[in-house]
Ligand binder design. Structure first.
Ligand code: ATP
Ligand code: MG
Length: 382
């Protein structure tokens, strides 16, 4: 019978909280496997999925290895703990050529051979069956694992496939992502989900200055991000009136700085409403004029909760590499305008002084504009 072995990572370390982390991991794996039939069990510090449709094995492996908190997965044969069955399985999964070694683990001390004896005996069987194989105990190209368990069953498996690691989503608090249509913010969501954070999102759009396709693009991104965050709700906030008010009342070089402050205020209000303890942005230091330390200072000064910026020290290249890997890149580069690109000043201030920003902004009724924007939020559960 084929089974899938799931090993988990850092959550080992969590001492008393271990149950909390393990429950989250199990729930998340089951959530991702919705629609599949299988049996799930826990055996000596790892999880075992069995009784699934073997044609679906590859799909299940692909899904499970991408759940945060999963260290590695293997497709294994589960056979009765007797020599002939173990041998047959080892022969079936052994490589066709190259170097190998057998790694045995014997939890069942009643098994007649000890680990060393079994490894050398099965190794001998493989060599006899295929003369293109040689043993290399130090740097083998392939490993055949034999794990004799206490319940009379043995797992035999070849590859161990690396999982994504990280922490189970739901164990790291809740964050409100400021999600644009760009490359960075979806990656920021991924990074925080990888550390166990539950993420929801807020998007600011400026219809009719920006198109409905621009909003659709963001929802498409949010759907892709949901593969990692497991749940995703997007609060779509109309930014048109705020942008117009800034445009009409403030010097144009402060446009972006003041917009950012409004975004942060509104994002925080929504964050509090939905029980989030932090906001998340895709900012990276120095990437553009609005991401200098001075610009970040002026946005940050309206924040009362932590603003998490997981990409702050990343190069654009590095961010793009992750965006490609998590499948958001192709959508992010679709050519729809962001609300930030309309009314773009020719010469934005790159080092806004906070006192100056506050003075310029005092031309606006900030509280009224924020409240007005919050009255018309479209909440989309994906
Ligand atoms: P991104 O690729 O994430 O759009 P960017 O490099 O284009 O980032 P900015 O446009 O300066 O950088 O945006 C910085 C951050 O501000 C974004 O990562 C995002 O978190 C937030 N942000 C920008 N525009 C919006 C928007 N329209 N709605 C929600 N958040 C936004
Ligand atoms: Mg952007």
């Amino acid at each position: 019978m084929k089974v899938i072995l799931i090993r988990y990572s850092e959550i080992h370390l969590k001492g008393n909280n271990r149950g909390f982390f393990e429950n989250a991991l199990v729930n998340n794996i089951k959530h991702c496997l919705e629609g599949y039939e299988y049996k799930f069990s826990k055996q000596s510090g790892r999880y075992v999925i069995s009784q699934f449709d073997e044609d679906q094995a590859q799909n299940i492996l692909d899904i499970v290895k991408n759940v945060f908190g999963v260290y590695s997965v293997s497709l294994a044969d589960e056979v009765p703990s007797n020599y002939d069955d173990i041998k047959e399985s080892a022969l079936a999964i052994a490589p066709q050529s190259g170097t190998f070694k057998i790694v045995c683990n014997r939890a069942d001390k009643h098994f007649p051979l000890n680990s060393m004896q079994l490894a050398s005996s099965i190794g001998g069987d493989l060599l006899e069956a295929n003369n293109k194989l040689t043993v290399d105990l130090h740097k083998p190209q392939h490993v055949v694992n034999i794990d004799i368990r206490e319940n009379g069953k043995t797992f035999v498996f070849a590859d161990t496939i690396k999982g994504v690691n990280g922490m189970p989503v739901g164990t790291g608090g809740k964050g409100m992502l400021l999600l644009s249509g760009g490359i960075d913010s979806p990656v920021a969501a991924y990074m925080m989900a990888k550390r166990g954070m539950s993420v929801r999102a807020v998007h600011f759009h400026s219809y009719p200055f920006t198109s409905l396709q621009a909003k659709e693009k963001v929802l498409t991104l949010a759907k892709i991000v949901k593969k990692y965050t497991l749940h995703m709700t997007v609060d779509v906030v109309s930014f048109t009136e705020i942008q117009t008010a800034i445009h009409e009342n403030c010097p144009e070089e402060f446009m972006i700085t003041i917009m950012r402050r409004f975004m942060m205020r509104i994002a925080e209000r929504l964050a509090k409403k939905y029980g989030c303890g932090a906001t998340i942005t895709g900012e990276s230091l120095g990437q553009v004029a609005s991401q200098t330390l001075e610009s970040i200072t002026s946005t940050n000064s309206v924040a009362t909760m932590p603003v998490l910026r997981p990409l702050i020290g990343f190069d654009k290249d590095e961010i793009i590499e992750i965006a490609k890997r998590i499948d958001t890149f192709e959508t992010s580069i679709l050519p729809y305008e962001d609300c930030c690109t309309i009314f773009l000043p020719k010469n934005p201030v790159t080092k806004p002084r906070l006192d100056k920003v506050e003075k310029v902004e005092s031309a606006l009724d900030v509280e009224a504009l924020v409240n007005q924007a919050l009255e018309n939020v479209e909440t989309i559960v994906l």
